[in-house]
Design a protein. Structure first.
Length: 623
């Protein structure tokens, strides 16, 4: 029987066996591939459900309704979500005609489209068509990289099929139109329409604008209207032809739209914006008010309306750019400063700056309780409480002698003591001894309660007489100092200082609105007496450099460096806190870190002068 099949038979038999083996292997590979495609897409979507909830840029609005900032998304772009009923049918039909004509007939992967693209690419000897459906593009944009390889295409198809099982066609189309990158840092058709055309209502888009938007996804870096170049114009005309071929527009409409030119809205051309520190303070305040994280507030599509007065904010920032208004820098560091301006009549923070070179994420010195206020604290903790008791007036005589209170022995400047001095004089000349003696008379507990009424609650570590001269355990911020003085400026009525007027979610529902609750926390008599004394500080005393054409009341503050081996006149903090009939403001100057190489040799007159420079520029802006 041996060799009965002959050489040809054995060869044929081997071929049959080999063919069978190949068929089995191919079947197994196909089975594994199908299993992979079925499992991978579902697994990825289940593992990352958050990908189907698109982040949306929140918007910060100024007090006059202008947009101050659209918050950048984690991918460093901007998105404004649109509902399906906001999108005109022509926009939807155009994107479908250009990107995926068979969108409603395939189940995620357009096999005919892939075959057509393959044939065309082969005939053209280059990859000019991708064949990816809208669902595949969405899958790639949400979950994958843009690497061109077989595995990525397989994963893309797998996710697309899973998305089609999980979402309706309308939901997929809406996700796509909100997610797709549209060039110039804009994500989604609504953000693009606002950026390129200044159109926030998508139903107001004209034919040429719709064609321009549909032209972008093919090449967001070159086919965008920001530059009316030949590449963009050519792509736009091609889209208009596709629109006409699909019966979406007439030939006349195509010709008219092809001739139209568009220019970026003026507000789009201007880069950057004012109020980096202000917006930082706003987001932190909004987080406390709503319980939402900063990330949620930035990417949740919220509209946060602020109290920022753009004119006052610009005056503040422009003034801070003048180096001549600041003490000399050290060899290695710059003298820093911060300032807050409040409308004392309602508590709204009109302007705020946290540093001379403020930037996103930089230290916001305007809202951090970290600096010693020095003599600027005397009205809050000594003179104000004394007036409120009714036992003292601006003409009351205070003891001005060298005294020791336990382990505490305050000094007057140049060790000059007058024996007795009127309260008004003691405050005007910023004499230390009377302020400490007065605090001792009224009691630390009563003084702390008075400060708390002005918004300054001191910790238990501050139960000592040194607070009369602004020696605080933790320190205070310019915001809180301005808040406290605003009560004097407002006849004893407290309005909580705030940057946020209201917060609206992405559905247009108001989730927070500031509820003004003005409270008479100290007597009008106390506030008026304090204002008279603080005006004398500016008119005749240590705050002369803060004088303006309008009445100014305020107080300087200086804290000494107190460093071994350094001149005793070296200072750590310079302050001026004061108010006009319209605004209350607090200014701080100093080094972030004071040491033997970084200290200020000048006095608080510098802070008073900066106050005057800013307020003089802001004078034309009314609350």
């Amino acid at each position: 029987m041996k060799g009965q099949h002959g050489p040809f038979g054995r060869k044929l038999l081997r071929m049959v066996y080999t063919g069978f083996d190949i068929a089995v292997i191919a079947f197994l590979v196909l089975l594994v591939g199908l299993s992979y495609v079925h499992i991978y897409g579902n697994a990825i979507i289940n593992r990352h459900p958050e990908k189907l909830i698109l982040p949306e840029s929140s918007v910060i609005i100024g007090s006059d309704g202008t947009v101050l900032r659209r918050i950048s998304l984690p991918e460093s772009g901007y998105r404004t979500l649109a509902r399906m009923d906001e999108m005109p049918e022509l926009l939807l039909d155009t994107f479908l005609a250009v990107e995926d004509r068979r969108f409603y007939s395939h189940r995620g992967v357009d096999y005919k489209g892939i075959l057509r693209a393959t044939v065309n690419n082969t005939l053209g000897l280059r990859i000019s068509q991708g064949g990816s459906s809208i669902t595949q593009q969405l899958a790639r944009n949400l979950y994958l990289t843009r690497d061109k390889n077989l595995l990525r295409k397989l994963n893309e198809a797998s996710i697309a099929l899973a998305l089609e099982k999980r979402l309706s066609k309308r939901e997929i189309l809406l996700l796509y139109l909100n997610q797709i990158y549209m060039g110039q840092g804009q994500y989604g058709v609504k953000a693009a329409a606002e950026f390129y055309f200044g159109v926030s209502d998508l139903k107001e888009l004209d034919i040429g604008q719709i064609a321009s938007l549909a032209a972008i996804p093919k090449g967001p870096s070159i086919y965008h209207p920001a530059e009316n170049n030949k590449d963009f114009e050519g792509r736009k005309k091609l889209v208009l032809q596709i629109m006409q071929q699909n019966g979406l527009i007439t030939e006349k409409e195509r010709m008219l739209a092809a001739r139209q030119e568009y220019y970026l809205p003026e507000e789009t051309v201007v880069a950057g914006g004012i109020g980096k520190s202000y917006i930082d303070a706003t987001l932190k305040e909004a987080s406390l008010l709503t319980g939402k994280t900063l990330e949620e507030l930035k990417t949740g599509g919220y509209t946060i309306t602020t109290a920022m007065n753009a004119g006052v904010q610009k005056a503040l920032e422009n003034t801070f750019r003048n180096p001549a208004l600041f003490p000399p820098d050290s060899a290695t560091r710059q003298v820093e400063a911060a300032m807050v301006i409040i409308n004392q009549h309602n508590g709204e923070v009109a302007a705020l700056i946290g540093g001379r070179n403020e930037g996103t994420g930089s230290l916001n010195r305007a809202i951090i309780d970290a600096r010693q206020p020095g003599s600027a604290f005397k009205p809050i903790i000594a003179y104000g409480p004394a007036l409120e008791t009714g036992r003292f007036s601006p003409d009351s005589m205070l003891l001005d002698r060298k005294q020791t209170y336990g382990n505490y022995s305050p000094d007057n400047l140049n060790n000059v003591y007058r024996g007795q001095v009127k309260m008004n004089t003691a405050l005007r000349e910023s004499i230390n001894s009377p302020a400490v003696w007065l605090l001792k008379q009224i009691g630390i507990s009563e003084a702390r309660q008075f400060a708390a009424k002005l918004g300054l609650e001191l910790p238990k570590e501050d139960n000592n007489l040194s607070i009369a001269l602004g020696g605080l355990h933790q320190g205070v911020s310019p915001l809180k100092m301005a808040q406290a003085y605003s009560v004097f400026a407002n006849g004893g009525v407290f309005n909580k200082a705030h940057t946020v007027r209201s917060i609206t979610n992405s559905q247009g529902r108001v989730i927070y609105k500031h509820d003004a609750k003005p409270r008479q926390v100290i007597s009008r008599r106390t506030a008026e007496s304090m204002t008279l004394m603080l005006r004398s500080v500016v008119d005749e005393g240590t705050g002369k450099k803060a004088r303006l054409a309008v009445p100014v009341a305020g107080k300087t503050g200086t804290t000494q460096a107190g460093l071994p081996g350094v001149d005793a006149k070296a200072n750590r903090d310079l302050w001026f806190t004061g108010y006009t009939p319209d605004w209350t403001a607090a200014v701080w100057m100093g080094f972030d870190r004071t040491d033997k190489d970084n200290f200020i040799s000048e006095g608080s007159g510098r802070a008073a002068a900066l106050f005057a420079a800013v307020m003089n520029k802001a004078a034309s802006e009314r609350p």
